[in-house]
Design a protein around this ligand. Structure first.
Ligand code: SAH
Ligand code: TYD
Ligand code: ZN
Length: 407
């Protein structure tokens, strides 16, 4: 197989898992729209030069992020609190000078920036998905409906001046053309400004075997080591890292211009931990691959046994992550009858590729199934707390990370 060059350093990328043909994870078709569903080969590898973990194939961005992109940041109470806290910290630590300015890449429905807007601080959300960008605008957030890249950065600089903070949550890892993003950041960032981004942490994905974090939109899987190397190519320095409990374990990376800020000891400590654990060594990655295959075997065996016993199983949370699980395992409506979800734009539609009907979360109780596979496992605490009646009625949750278990 010819080596695909690394999207960061052009080095050789060694593939370590192939999930086969997969659909767009956030394209929920109507029952009469099943012809010509887009598919691509979902496979993941690790760069042998800079250690950046990345997809082997890229899906064109306009197919994923457009007017009808359904994901909403404000769909979780925990995430709403998280983003309010992020905004408050920026307002206090980075945006207290004269006429501060913050830019958010992938501001989605404005969940983070609304706090900044309410504080009367100059801001701009860059959000190419028109529908969610309109929701942000309706919340009083100023939005630019374009993809952020080097050219967009130049326009923003000309119109608004340099940014004290550039922030991106669960967005930088979505962008294969990351070189253009970093050139844009280099152009737009104020001399003493910070570029802060938070994304799923590859060490947590390996630790939890959360293979469903791997799907079309998640192109990169960062580590402190790979981010530090990437930053250095653009005159930037990784000055801080902070582990976050959200979305199944993330890291918030803070980049500044080389020499502009003191480097926190947390950076060296995390890189040391990654090195000591052999995080991106072929043996670690191959062992991860073996565990993924085991989860597929176990989940299919469980679902087939439940079907044989005539006990209904549903899914909870029509997540993008679930597309990888369902399509990799070959699970359809014969094994999971419905998936329940709070997102209006997913309801009444079918899960991508696997074609399981999505129903409003309020209908979960009529009647409760015997088992519910928790596809939104990253929101387990929040969901289990509000669905206590399900277990009281005898229902059980099925989780497939870090391994198949019922609780
Ligand atoms: N920040 C939000 C949304 C994450 S979803 C949160 O954490 O909940 C990823 C978002 O990135 C989508 O809304 C998508 O439209 C946006 N996006 C994708 N490519 C982008 C780009 N080049 N510039 C800015 N936003 C982008
Ligand atoms: P999420 O896990 O945040 O992300 P992704 O789609 O990127 O994998 O998605 C959570 C999904 O679960 C979203 O479609 C909303 C839904 N959801 C519920 O149905 N009920 C809930 O209580 C929560 C928190 C989420
Ligand atoms: Zn590389």
């Amino acid at each position: 197989m010819p080596a695909t060059p690394c999207r960061v350093c052009s080095g050789p990328v060694r593939e370590f898992f192939d999930f086969g043909e997969q659909p767009l994870s956030d394209a929920f078709p109507l029952p009469d729209q099943l012809d010509g569903e887009f598919s691509f080969r979902l496979a993941i590898g690790c760069c042998e030069s800079c250690s950046m973990v990345q997809l082997m194939e890229e899906v064109p961005r306009d197919r994923m992020f457009h007017e009808d992109y359904p994901y909403l940041s404000n769909g979780s109470a925990v995430m709403r609190d998280h983003f309010r806290a992020v905004a408050s910290r920026f307002l206090r630590d980075e945006l207290a000078g004269p006429d501060p300015f913050i830019v958010e890449l992938g501001c989605n429905d404005g969940t983070m920036l609304r706090t900044v807007a309410d504080a009367g601080v100059r801001h701009l959300g860059v959000e190419p998905s028109g529908g969610v960008a309109d929701l942000a605008a309706a919340r009083g957030v100023r939005v630019d409906k374009r993809f952020f890249e080097a050219e967009t950065a130049r326009d923003i600089l000309a119109a608004d001046g340099s940014a004290d903070v550039i922030y991106a949550a669960n967005t930088l890892c979505h962008i294969p053309y990351i070189d253009s993003i970093l050139r844009g950041v280099d152009e737009l960032l104020a001399p003493s400004g910070v570029f802060v981004f938070e994304d799923p942490y590859f060490a947590e994905i390996v630790r939890r075997t959360s293979f469903d974090q791997i799907y079309d939109e998640h192109f990169f899987f960062f580590t402190a080591r790979s981010v530090r190397a990437m930053a250095a190519r653009h005159g930037l320095e990784l000055v801080d890292v902070e582990e976050l409990p959200v979305h199944g374990g993330e890291v918030r990376y803070t980049l500044a211009r080389t020499g502009a800020r003191e480097i926190s000891p947390a950076v060296g400590a995390l890189i040391e931990r990654e090195t000591r654990s052999g995080l991106t060594d072929p043996t670690t990655l191959d062992a991860f691959a073996a565990r993924v295959n085991q989860i597929r075997t176990d989940l299919l065996a469980f679902l087939r046994a439940e079907k044989a016993a005539g006990r209904p199983v549903v899914g909870y949370g029509a997540t993008a992550k679930s597309a990888t699980v369902l399509n990799f395992c070959g699970i359809g409506p014969d094994l999971i009858s419905h998936v329940f979800d709070t997102t209006p734009a997913k309801q009444g539609r079918l899960t991508p590729g696997s074609h399981i009907p999505v129903r409003p979360a309020e209908e979960f109780a009529d009647p409760y199934p015997a088992h519910a596979v928790l596809f939104a496992w990253n929101h387990a605490e929040e969901i289990l707390a509000k669905e206590t009646a399900f277990r009281e009625a005898g229902g059980r949750w099925v989780l497939y990370v870090p391994e198949l278990h019922v609780r």
